[in-house]
Every structure is written in C-alpha cells, then in structure tokens.
Design a protein around this ligand. Sequence first.
Ligand SMILES: [Zn+2]
Length: 299
Amino acid sequence: MNERSQFIGVNSIKFYEAFSTEEQCYQYLADVKWKDKSYHCRKCGHIKYYKGVKPFSRRCMKCKYDESPTAGTMFDKCKFSLHLAFHIAFKISTKKKGMSSLELSQEFELRQMTCWEFKWKIQQAMQSSKLHPINGIVHVDEFYIGGEEESKRGRSKGDKKLVIVALELVEGGVGRAYAQCISNASASSFRPFFETYISKDAKIITDEWKGYIPLKKDYPNLEQLKSENGKSFQDIHIHIMNLKGWLRGIHHHCSRERLQGYLDEYHFRYNRRSKMDTIFDSLINNMVNNNPIRLQSIN
Ligand SMILES: [Zn+2]
C-alpha cells in the first residue's frame, strides 16, 4: 500500500500519459507526501485519519482537519492547476538548459510574472540538501558575472557579481559541482562556502590567490598550484565557461538572491546528469518537503 509508483524517465509522451489529469497529479503528490505511512496531522500531530472531502485529502480522526496533498508544500496556493504545475516542473528539470519564464509563459499561456514566481519556488527546491560535502579531490575557483569581464579580483560592484565554484574530480572525469554568490574574494567570504560543500578531509586545489591562504588552517589538505595558463585547472575552467554561457543566455540584470537561484538550478541538473530518469521525482519530493518561501525582492 505504501509502495508508491515513481515516475521514471525524461520522455515527454510517457510523462503526458502518466499525468494527463488533475487527479493523477494529486494522487502522485499524496503518495510523495505521505509515503511510508508518514501521515501526521499538520494541526495536532495525530497519526490516524480517514478520507477527506478535498481531492486525495486526509481528515484527522482527532481534530477533523482536512489536509490536502498540497497543504504546506510549494504547490500550496498555486495560481494555476496542479496539472500545469507538474508539467512546468517536468520541463524545467528535464530540459538540458531549463526554461526561462518567458518561454514558460508562451508554452503554457500564463502571465510571465506568474511563471517567474513559480520558477523561483522551483529554484528554491533545487537548492542542495548540503548533506553530502565533497570528500575527494576538489578544485575551487571564482569568476565574475555581469559588468566588466576582465576585472581584477576584489569586490562585487554594481552589476558585477562574484561566484565561487567547487568541482569534484573523480577517476576518469568530473563529479559534482556547487556554486555560491559571494560578496568578495576574501577568506571570510570563501569560508561559509567551504564549510557547506567541502569536507575537512578533502584534497582541495586552488590557484595562488592569497584569499585562500587563511583557509589552510582548517583545511590541511589545501594546496595552491600555479595556474600554468589555466592548464592546471582545465576541468573547472570548462565548467565555469559552460555555466557563464548558460547564465548569460538567461539572466540579464538580477539580484544576488536571484542569481543564487540560477546557480542552484544549474547545479541541480548538473549533479543529476547521470540519473536524469529520476530528476522529476527528486524535484517533486523537494517541493513537497520544503515550505513555500516568499521572494523578498523582485528584480
Ligand atoms: Zn489533527
């Protein structure tokens, strides 16, 4: 009974068949939300329920609260049908470059602002769980996006924003990657990123920028190498080039907060490139298990 059927694959036709009605989407959401007998009433915590009156809802036996599968998830109070929300989530997660709010508004005949707000929620759900720091070999570097391209290392100024990237090197290629928007290229700005994404035991390699030196105290395996015209850091430079290319294509002038959303979106797909079959299901799981977040600033 609790074995939920998980959608597998990136094929649009199969997706349309699996989610052709509003009911199929509600059923899927209910299965994700209450998998493994995890029901407990949102109001009183009671674990016994009977069928509610809303679609696929559960009614608490104690306090009678009728809880929809969407309650407390990122699908709560959505401005369009769950059916449409699932289709947008599928497109954004499975298309190689995702979709801009303009493309979404054209394809789904929604207002661009409505798509923009929903995409922001999706990007929140695409944030890393931060539970699996890189533990092997990792290259770290930074780059600027926006403003003057060829500028010296320093602070993010005006439209120019600084991003730090970590790329895991595995046998025969590259593994996971993470990126974060930071305010300047100093150790104190680097540190929270290191603490979140890189294990203390990892073998970290950076170029000879002085901002990394103070981190050696906490990261004894941090090594600084001469760039040798980029030869020492080919993989991370390719990663940064691809990331910058994608960012230039979709974002023009956006806040730091919004840029972080794009970085999270990019790496959510990137880190699942070998398990694309379950990427839609991962996204839906995250959207169910994260509370809706309001965007503070819109630009
Ligand atoms: Zn209750």
